[in-house]
Ligand binder design. Structure first.
Ligand code: ADP
Ligand code: MG
Length: 631
């Protein structure tokens, strides 16, 4: 009996377990936990199962739930009676089919109820599932939105990072610039400091200057008062100066007149005799051959006389008696014995140079035999030796310095130089430079213009000069040109006349005065005659022609001077190139000076005598009262 009842008990025990989750227990509280646990969606399937197995599953499910509201735990025996309502007999006999049927019905009802309960639960769970699915859908869409948002934010972040990169680069750049600017700022600050220092220094200086300025202003105001009084004084002095200027001009004119008168008293034609010293290697002449007796004014005065004594030794040997000495006495305006310095000689003629500046034509000749010292007198000795400088450079220096002095009185002077050579009646320019075409050839003497009295030499250079250096250069050039000629024509220079001419133009613009005069310095050709005993070879014949030309021109010069002296109507200027060229420097208002150069040697006695005779003749001439060539 016990054994038959056992399965029944078991079933009741199982059912009693089910009753523990009777409908009195709130289902929702148990189901509410479903979404929280994975895999609980299988819970509804439980309902399909039957029997105690199914009950066990539910119990397991319910075990995982939080404890619900307190459900009074029923004692195992007490619970079964209300569920089945039937107290089942522990074991119905086999024959009690009816009883068994009743039991089975009761059991079936119980199952039926249970099924209903499970259906309800299932329904609730379905609803919950639906709700959960909706929530999941909502969450899904929210998730997508959030993902989109995330993507957008990522893109934004990328942009931001890119921008950040750019900004960082920019920041670096700016930092670099900042560094540069800071360096600049430091430099500027340094500069500013320096400038401030400079400013301070300048301010100090300014203060100093201002102080000085104030002192100067005070001095200035004092000076202004002084200036005002000085102005008055100056005005008075200016008036005095004008008056004195007038007087000075009057005096200058008077000086010119008196100077000229003095020159006229001395003679418009003057002759100076110069005896050169015996040169090294030359025989010393007998004492008494040349004497310089004192003049009428006594020995203290410069000598004006010269005696040449000569005894013919050949005659004395023939007769046996001592030869009588012939003495030739000459008297000139001045005699320069050997040893006279160039400076002394020039002193005597400086007055004539002044006359040239005053507007009177002046002509100075050097006459004498070759080797008597003409060139030495005119041009000088060694080039560059100031002691032996000749008349030409000295005269020009004097002219330049006097012209300079006269510029104070309002006179301005211009000088134009020319230098030509007359050889065998042909004229050649001594200032010719090879660079200029047509120069150095033959020249012609022509009037400067129709009706003009002025003469010019065609093809010759007329060089304006204003200082010594320029004159020196011209003399040097002439010297070179002569040296070239010397090689071609043996000693041509001594056989030709050298004519240095200086045109002097003076002007006083304030008074409208002008003066113009030529100063001519002529180194004449050797006056010696040709030895008649010489054999007439080809060279000698040429010499003879040269000598004839020289003699002719020198005698023409004598004749011209004579004609002027005798105031003859015809003056034979045209008879020689020399007199033709010099016609404006001779006669009338002109002043003439002739140096007769003498050799101290006995062997030159004859030529010396000739020269002295010629010079004496000239010395006897008096050319009419000179008129200044003034406009
Ligand atoms: P000229 O020109 O008359 O032919 P120079 O002037 O050439 O003569 O003189 C001939 C030589 O005599 C030259 O060597 C020159 O230096 C010299 N002489 C001329 N006069 C003097 C003098 N007064 N003092 C010194 N030497 C002179
Ligand atoms: Mg000479």
């Amino acid at each position: 009996m016990e054994d038959t009842l056992e399965p029944q008990k078991k079933r009741i025990r199982g059912l009693s377990t089910v009753t523990k989750i009777a409908p009195s227990r709130p289902v929702t509280s148990a189901l509410n936990t479903v979404p929280q646990t994975q895999g609980q969606t299988t819970a509804p399937k439980v309902t399909k199962k039957t029997g105690p197995r199914c009950s066990t599953t539910i119990t397991t499910v319910l075990k995982n739930q939080k404890p619900g509201p307190a459900v009074p735990t029923q004692k195992p025996g007490a619970a079964t009676a209300p569920v089945l309502g039937v107290k089942r007999p522990s074991k119905r006999p086999a024959w009690d089919l009816k009883g068994q049927l009743v039991d089975l019905n009761a059991e079936l009802r119980c199952y039926h109820e249970k099924t209903q309960t499970l259906d309800q639960e299932n329904q609730q769970l379905r609803e919950q599932l639906k709700e959960t699915q909706q929530q999941a859908t909502a969450l899904g869409s929210k998730h997508r939105t959030l993902e989109e948002e995330l993507t957008r934010l990522r893109v934004q972040t990328e942009h931001g990072q890119q921008e950040l990169g750019n900004l960082k680069a920019h920041v670096l750049e700016l930092e670099e610039q900042l560094g540069l600017k800071e360096g600049l700022v430091q430099e500027l600050q340094k500069e500013q400091l320096e400038l401030q220092e400079e400013r301070r220094r300048l301010a100090t200086r300014l203060e100093d200057q201002e102080r000085r300025l104030q002192a100067s202003e005070a001095a200035l105001s004092c000076s202004q008062v002084e200036v005002a009084s000085l102005r008055q004084e100056t005005a008075a002095q200016a008036a005095l100066l004008t008056e004195r200027g007038e007087r000075l001009h009057g005096l200058e004119m008077e000086r010119r007149r008196l100077h000229n008168q003095l020159q006229e008293l001395k003679g418009n034609i003057r002759v100076f005799c110069r005896v050169r010293p015996v040169l090294p290697g030359e025989p010393t002449p007998l004492s008494g051959f040349l004497q310089f007796p004192s003049g009428p004014n006594g020995p203290s005065n410069p000598p004006t006389r010269l005696s040449l004594s000569w005894s013919d030794e050949r005659r004395s040997t023939l007769s046996g008696a001592p030869a009588p000495t012939t003495r030739h006495d000459f008297s000139f305006d001045r005699v320069f014995p050997p040893g006279s310095r160039q400076e002394e000689v020039f002193e005597e003629i400086s007055m004539l140079v002044q006359s040239a500046l005053d507007g009177y034509p002046v002509c100075i000749f050097a006459y004498g035999q070759t080797g008597s010292g003409k060139t030495f007198t005119m041009e000088g000795g060694l080039e560059g030796d100031p002691q032996t400088e000749g008349l030409i450079p000295r005269a020009l220096r004097h002219l330049f310095s006097v012209a300079q002095e006269m510029s104070v009185q309002g006179w301005t002077y211009n000088f134009v130089a020319s230098y030509v050579e007359i050889y065998n009646e042909t004229v050649r320019d001594l200032l010719a430079t090879r660079t200029r075409k047509g120069q150095g050839g033959e020249c012609e003497i022509r009037r400067a213009g129709p009706g003009s009295k002025e003469l010019t030499v065609t093809n010759a250079r007329y060089v304006p000069v204003s200082c010594e250096k320029e004159v020196e250069a011209l003399l040097h050039l002439a010297h070179q040109n002569r040296a070239v000629a010397r090689t071609a024509h043996n000693e041509r220079s001594s056989r030709s006349h050298s004519v240095f001419q200086l045109q002097i133009y003076g002007e006083h613009t304030g008074r409208g005065l002008q003066c113009m005069a030529p100063l001519s310095l002529v180194d004449l050709a050797g006056s010696e005659r040709l030895d008649p005993g010489l054999a007439l070879g080809q060279e000698e014949q040429k010499r003879l022609r040269e000598t004839q030309a020289i003699n002719s021109s020198l005698s023409t010069l004598g004749l011209v001077i004579m004609a002027l002296s005798n105031k003859e109507s015809h003056v034979p200027y045209r008879n020689s190139k020399l007199t033709y060229l010099l016609q404006n420097s001779l006669g009338g208002s002109a002043k003439m000076l002739m140096f007769v150069n003498i050799s101290p040697l006995e062997e030159n006695f004859s030529e010396s005598l000739n020269s002295l005779r010629f010079a004496s003749k000239v010395n006897q001439c008096v050319i009419g009262t000179a008129q200044a060539n003034r406009k």
